[in-house]
Each structure stands twice: as structure tokens, then as C-alpha cells.
Design a protein around this ligand. Structure first.
Ligand SMILES: [Zn+2]
Length: 467
């Protein structure tokens, strides 16, 4: 591990950040992934990395990929590595039904770990987010060293040390997994990925603009500990660069693809540097996206691109932030809010009828984070008394809605509900019921606490210009 100062660290690119440690507020933070390569032709480093990890050339290396992109992986990863002298056996993973996408679930991961032949000594996971997460899961279960080769810059998971796994229909974060020997982003491969996937990655990294504000907000109003600004600051340079090259992503311009790849990797590293904590890259926007996935599961509808949904969620989240910031704290009456508060009976009945499969989990989540009626007026008064200092403290952790929307439009990323196959109804449902999805406190909770929800939810959609 190379020790660097915060100033030095923030000037590094993704490759430079790999294997470094930095002291922040007396805490030693580290990026334990030892090697990251971004650039044209960097796939060539894989055989050397495998040899260094094992102390000899691998004898039984496998390549894990999604059967649905067999041809892409064969042409762009498998054959080039074969030509470089690396013999790889195939280990494709397939969705249960060709009409569905492969999902990263504990069931799929466990089955893969069991089926992987005993002699395998090295794994190359070649794919996007799902394959990255399944590779981490399988390699961890079996204790086999692995490398991740990204085939699209479609989300921020490749350089994260955790995996976003579905356990039943709820997405959870799997921690303490084996760390990749390296993450490889060959821009010649990434440029060939479907544009819709690269734009999904562009939108996913924009989560930074709402989730860090949520994290800071939770520290201010709920006293959640551990907030650090480093993850937000890590993304400043790379986000600016991605915006600058946004219009060239569609052409597969090498500089634009490299900037995007960097942004996705560094976004993942914002979690990695905190031991896998997801707060610096998952807030209200991810809740909205996960909620749409859940509604899809309930209604038998396929999931849409994760990052693309997140991008629309960022716009909704930023609109909500700006709407609440404009409130005049003197017009809010805590006693009146208490009178209008939903009763637990009302909530329970609503959850039972609307979410028969999830209502118990949702109710527990709500109970765990809701301020009891007896404490509620004083709690709200505390927020109102601290109103302007609170917004001053939040200000450094998001950029204006218009700037984000402008960058997304320049890239050609989805900025409307229709483009992510959602409707006014499902958007309202995600806004109004998203607070049940996770224990984490976000701007959605504040909107309920201040009486913005349910009445003004529709206005959020109008301000977000997603309708
Ligand atoms: Zn994401």
C-alpha cells in the first residue's frame, strides 16, 4: 500500500488510486484493489496479473460470462487472451429463461460456486455489473483469485469490493468478499458496448449528486455517524471530465469512453475506500431505481437498466431537494403536522393491501426509523430551528438540478419516465413508498416529516421534468 495525502489522492486517476491509503480525520482509508488498468489495449496485462497472483501461470483458468453475450465476450476477451497464450475454459452463466436477464442473486451465485470444477485456480469475470457481482460471489465462496474485465461501463460496481445481490426480491449488499486481483477497463472493448449500457453507467455515477447530500442530511438530522466528504470530492474531477466529453460518448470517442470508465471506477471506489459502505453512492436515487425493480418483480415485468433508472431518480431527488430548500420554515407548524400524520393502523393496512409479499419487512423498516409521535413535534422544531445552517451544510454535496440535467441531455441519457419504461403512477409510488424500502434515511423521509408528502409528490415530477 502506498501512503498518500488527501491532496495527492484527489489528483490521482482510478489506476493511481488502486493500492493506496490515505489518512482522513485520523482514519486510515484504503483502496485494497491492488491494480486497476484503464486504457486502450490494457487487456494484455491479464496473463501477467494471473501469474503474479499465483506465482506461476494458471493451470485451470476459467472465464465467467453471461451466455447472452457469448459472442461479444468470445471476440473481445476470450480470443485475445487465448492469442496471448492464456488458455481459458468457459464457465457461462445463463438466465433461467431466455426471455429474462441474468440476475445477481444468491441462488445463481451459490449454484455457480457449486458447479465450478474443483481444479479451477484462476477466474476471469468478463461482463458488466451482474457478472462482476456473481464473479465476486463465486470467487469468494471458492477462495479463488480473480480479475474483473469490464465489457461495458454500465454501472459503478466493478471497482467496488461489495456485490449488490438479490436475496428474494430485496437487493442487499454483500460484504467481506474476496478482493479482485485487478479490474481491467480496456477502452477498446468498452467503446464497442451497446450505447444504452454506457449511458447507463454515465447516469449511475451521477448518483453522487443526491446520495452524498442524503448521507450528510442523515448525519445532520438523525446524528448518523461516519460522514466524510472524501467520496464526494473523489468524484469532482472525474464527473467534470465526463460532462465535458458527454456528447462524444455516443460516437465511442476514446477520450469520452475513458472519462466515463474512470467515473464508473472511481464511483465504485468511493464505496471501496469506506470498506464497502454504500452511503457515498446510494441514496434516494438508488431507492427509486430499486423500487421500480421491485414493482417489476411484483408485476412480472423485466428490469430496465439500473444506472439509467438511477439517472432519472437523481433528477427526481434533486428536484425534491430544491423544493424543500425553498420552504419557509416559519410556515411549518409541527403541531399541525402531528395532527395530519398517518397512523400506524393506516400504514399497516396500506402496506398489507399494496405489498402482500413485502409488507412485514416494509412495516419493520418504517417502525425502525420513524420518530414516535410523542417526540415528533420537538424533532421537527429542531429541524426548523436549524434550517439555514442545515442547508448551508448540505450545499457542498450536490450540484444544481439544471447542470445535471444538461449533462445528461448532452450525453443522450434518459431524462424522462417514459425512457425508463415508467409512468406517473409508478414514479409517485417510488417517491411515496420508497421510504419503506431501506432503513437508510434519505430526503424521502424528510419530505414525509415536513408534510411535503403525500400532497406535493406530483409537483416533484413536474419540477424534475420527467413527465
Ligand atoms: Zn448504481
Amino acid at each position: 500500500m502506498k501512503q498518500v495525502s488527501v491532496e495527492q489522492f484527489l489528483k490521482l486517476d482510478a489506476a493511481g488510486m488502486a493500492g493506496t491509503q490515505v489518512m482522513v480525520d485520523g482514519q486510515q482509508l484504503t483502496i485494497p484493489i491492488p491494480i486497476i488498468h484503464v486504457g486502450a489495449g490494457v487487456l494484455r496485462h491479464v496473463p501477467g496479473i494471473a501469474e503474479a497472483a499465483l506465482g506461476h501461470a494458471p493451470e485451470h483458468a476459467v472465464i465467467i460470462f453471461d451466455e447472452a453475450i457469448r459472442r461479444f465476450v468470445t471476440e473481445n476477451v476470450w480470443q485475445p487472451l487465448g492469442a496471448a497464450g492464456m488458455e481459458l475454459a468457459e464457465f457461462p452463466l445463463a438466465a433461467d429463461d431466455p426471455a429474462h436477464h441474468l440476475v445477481a442473486s444468491d441462488a445463481v451465485g451459490d449454484a455457480g460456486a457449486q458447479a465450478l470444477p474443483a481444479e479451477v485456480d484462476f477466474i476471469i469475470g468478463a461482463g458488466s455489473g451482474v457478472i462482476g457481482d456473481l464473479t465476486k460471489w463465486i470467487a469468494n465462496k471458492r477462495g479463488i483469485p480473480f480479475v474483473i474485465v469490464g465489457t461495458a461501463a454500465s454501472m459503478n460496481g466493478h471497482a467496488s469490493i461489495t456485490a449488490a445481490m438479490s436475496f428474494g426480491d430485496i437487493k442487499e449488499t454483500a460484504y467481506d468478499l474476496k478482493i479482485a486481483e485487478a479490474v481491467i477497463y480496456d477502452t477498446e472493448i468498452l467503446a464497442k458496448a451497446p450505447l444504452v449500457m454506457n449511458l447507463s453507467g454515465f447516469s449511475d455515477m451521477l448518483a453522487r449528486n443526491t446520495c452524498n447530500a442524503d448521507w450528510k442530511l442523515s448525519s445532520l438530522v438523525r446524528g448518523v455517524e461516519g460522514f466524510v466528504s472524501l467520496p464526494y470530492d473523489m468524484m469532482t474531477r472525474t464527473q467534470d471530465l465526463s460532462f465535458k466529453h458527454a456528447a462524444q460518448i455516443a460516437e465511442g470517442d476514446p477520450a469520452a469512453v475513458a472519462a466515463l470508465g474512470e467515473a464508473c471506477l472511481i464511483s465504485g471506489m468511493t464505496m471501496t475506500i469506506l470498506g464497502g459502505q454504500t452511503s457515498p453512492s446510494s441514496g434516494v436515487e438508488h431507492i427509486i431505481s430499486h423500487f421500480w425493480d421491485l414493482l417489476g418483480d411484483i408485476h412480472g415485468k423485466d428490469h430496465f437498466w439500473h444506472g439509467t433508472q438511477v439517472g432519472v431518480g437523481v433528477l427526481m431527488g434533486l428536484a425534491l431537494y430544491e423544493m424543500i430548500e425553498e420552504l419557509d420554515p416559519h410556515t411549518i407548524d409541527p403541531a399541525k403536522l402531528l395532527d395530519n400524520r398517518r397512523s400506524w393502523n393506516e400504514i399497516e393496512t396500506y402496506l398489507k393491501t399494496t405489498y402482500p409479499g413485502q409488507w412485514e419487512y416494509f412495516l419493520k423498516t418504517a417502525r425502525d426509523k420513524t420518530i414516535p409521535d410523542a417526540d415528533y413535534p420537538a424533532y421537527v422544531q429542531g429541524i426548523l430551528d436549524n434550517w439555514y445552517p442545515m442547508w448551508t451544510a448540505l450545499k457542498p454535496y450536490r450540484i444544481p438540478f439544471k447542470l445535471v440535467q444538461h449533462g445528461m441531455k448532452a450525453a443522450g441519457a434518459a431524462t424522462s419516465l417514459a425512457e425508463v419504461h415508467q409512468t406517473r403512477e409508478t414514479a409517485l409510488q417510488a417517491l411515496l413508498d420508497g421510504n419503506f424500502y431501506r432503513p437508510r434515511y434519505t430526503i424521502l423521509d424528510l419530505a414525509w416529516e415536513l408534510g411535503i408528502f403525500p400532497d406535493r409528490a406530483e409537483e416533484v415530477l413536474e419540477r424534475a421534468e420527467v413527465l
